[in-house]
Write a protein that binds this ligand. Sequence first.
Ligand code: SF4
Length: 72
Amino acid sequence: MAWNVRVDPTLCQASGMCAGAVPEVFVLDGAYSRVLVDGIEPDERVLDAADICPAQAITVYDGETVIGPRPD
Ligand code: SF4
């Protein structure tokens, strides 16, 4: 199943780490990152980006289920 990715613009600190790690999914657009595509193929790098986001602003969904960020 395709994954969906969301960035909460109220949390994002515009560090750019996600866009640097997965530029085909995230783009730094001024004051916050946004997601370029809706519905992506499963991609471990996107989960990694959610894990390392310093603001915990990225959420990854597999259907209705939140799969990222992963618990420590
Ligand atoms: S890694 Fe997190 S804080 Fe940094 S730009 Fe991406 S969403 Fe924003």
